[in-house]
Write a protein that binds this ligand. Structure first.
Ligand code: AMP
Ligand code: MG
Length: 524
């Protein structure tokens, strides 16, 4: 076997200012963008899963992924040669309020691995405390690590911009958590996900420097981000930062339109959880819509105001960009151009959303009633519980020659209480399907072409909350087969997988009000 070699080429660490204080003590880190810190050793590291695609991406074989050397690196027990691990300084607005310094409190960057001209910053989540750990322990538990590991890769295979996951490991140490924040702390297995992305820079990295009136560091971060991640920007001066802001706006829109397409609810869209590259980042109390309900949020911490509910994600994207505009202001010093980039957010979002929804419906022709047809569908979907994933997948089986009744029957399994479908709802469904079928008559695509196209945007398999929970419960009793089964299933979310039909099903009743399925806390 070839020796395991990872080629590090750290740009972030070498281009922006480091904290001069080398002590791993909790503090306000002023005048720096990151702090050097070493991962904590763990008592009995055990690799549970490694993603073959990510191993290959960083230049490793699956065999190398099974070595002790690899295991030790991804659990923080050994360092990649020439690695200088560090934690980033960032701030953020949490649930609408400025929270001051946050930073990588339990994430440690190992460095940037370069393989075949692709660059992957590797980060250990849960590898011990850093100067940014505030009052917490810097650790992560198995349940939240399984959720992050599986969902990162599932999102990637759905074609959604996201940070990736390389590995999932147990540390062998116990971690104390009060899952429901109700005074019942208990020990849980500690775990580490090694995640990967071109960059983990967040809106919050910029916000903290502006809050501290440190324009030099703000500019360093912006110049670094533009140079490496937005190389198409060739302007200079203010114009350069405006183009950067506009590009981040566009990537943010793209990401959120994807979330709405598949029914993904991030759950904690704080500005510290917003990637400057438009990647889905920080998988915490996220969830997937089962019955279509725009007011749903998986995050119990947000149960009262539902700020981060499914239907509010587009607006929060704009709200967060507004905070980024404020953070970039010192580099632009003019309100109007930033304002106009923000003002274009809603029309651009609406346009992208309309195009996305038309794809979901298999409609290619333009008609003045497009937006209304979609709005009516969204209203109709909320009348009685209808499973979003099942609905769109089954809708592709509807044919031009169908009557509305026949079409509705084809959608039957998407309804949670089909047998109790009330007359009012049945009437509205009938109306909408009549309209949809009429619309299909104007389509040039035949049924087979349309359904194939719809199946490419309407996933058959998503990581429903109860599925992740089943993998977690099985793992807690020492079996890890389901992690692998779901990992494989979700690599091909748009394909028919006849042997896996059991996962193409509504949420089981037992999961309706269960912790971990319909209710998740930030405790992780
Ligand atoms: P999150 O809600 O996971 O995005 O985290 C918000 C902030 O809290 C970030 O700065 C995290 O690094 C920090 N944080 C979350 N959990 C822990 C933990 N167990 N130990 C230290 N810091 C944490
Ligand atoms: Mg976070």
């Amino acid at each position: 076997m070839q020796p395991m070699e990872l080629h590090l080429d750290d740009r972030f660490r070498t281009e922006v200012t480091a904290d001069k204080n080398m002590e791993n003590s909790r503090r306000q880190v002023l005048d720096a963008c990151f702090s050097y810190v070493s991962p904590q050793k763990t008592s009995k590291p055990k690799l549970l899963h490694a993603a073959p695609e990510m191993l290959a991406a960083i230049g490793l074989t699956e065999e190398m992924g099974r070595t002790k050397e690899f295991r030790d690196i991804v659990t923080g027990n050994a360092l990649i040669p020439d690695s200088h691990p560090y934690a980033m300084c960032y701030g953020g607005h949490q649930f609408g309020n400025w929270a001051g310094q946050l930073g990588d409190g339990r994430a440690i960057n190992l460095g940037e691995v370069v393989h075949e001209q692709q660059r992957w910053a590797l980060q250990l989540k849960g590898a011990g405390e850093t100067p940014y750990s505030r009052t917490a322990d810097g650790l992560a538990v198995l349940r939240s690590s399984i959720r992050e590991y599986l969902c990162s890769e599932a999102m990637h295979h759905l074609g959604i911009p996201t940070t990736r996951a390389l590995s999932l490991s147990l540390t062998g140490d116990k971690v104390l958590r009060d899952v429901l924040y109700n005074g019942n702390p208990a020990y849980e297995p500690g775990a580490i996900v090694c995640r990967a992305a071109a960059s983990f820079i967040r809106f919050g990295n910029f916000e903290i420097q502006t809050a501290r009136e440190n324009k030099a560091l703000l500019q360093q971060l912006a110049d670094h981000s533009i140079r490496h991640f937005y190389p198409e920007i060739k302007s200079s001066g203010k114009e350069k930062y405006l183009e950067f802001f506009q590009a981040v706006r566009d990537k943010t829109i793209d990401m959120i339109v994807h979330w709405q397409r598949v029914g993904f609810v991030h759950g904690v869209m704080n500005t510290d959880n917003m990637s400057i590259l438009g990647l889905t980042i920080d998988y915490g109390p996220y969830g997937w819509l089962e019955n279509y309900d725009p007011s749903w949020t998986p995050n119990t911490t947000d149960a009262q105001h539902r700020r981060y509910r499914f239907g509010n994600q587009p607006y929060i994207g704009l709200w967060n960009l507004f905070k980024l505009a404020n953070a970039l202001f010192p580099l632009v010093e003019e309100v109007a151009p930033l304002q106009s980039i923000l003002e274009a957010y809603n029309p651009l979002f609406d346009e992208a959303y309309l195009a996305m929804m038309k794809n979901k419906l298999g409609i290619t022709q333009v008609a003045h009633e497009d937006a209304e047809l979609i709005q009516r569908l969204e209203e109709t979907l909320t009348l009685v519980e209808v499973d979003m994933t099942l609905f769109f997948r089954l809708l592709a089986r509807v044919e031009k020659k169908d009557t509305p009744t026949r079409a509705l029957n084809k959608l039957q399994t998407a309804f949670y209480q089909w047998n109790n479908l009330n007359q009012e709802a049945a009437k509205h469904w009938n109306n909408w399907l009549t309209r949809y079928l009429k619309r299909l008559q104007t389509e040039t695509q035949n049924d087979a072409e349309r359904s194939a196209a719809m199946d490419r945007v309407n996933p058959k398999y998503v990581l429903r909350n109860y599925m992740a929970q089943m993998a977690i419960e099985q793992a807690s009793s020492g079996s890890y087969e389901l992690i692998d089964e779901l990992f494989r299933l979700l690599k091909k979310p748009y394909d028919e997988q006849p042997s896996q039909e059991k996962w193409f099903a509504k949420r089981p009743e037992w999961a309706r009000h269960k912790v971990g399925c319909s209710m998740l806390s930030c405790s992780s």
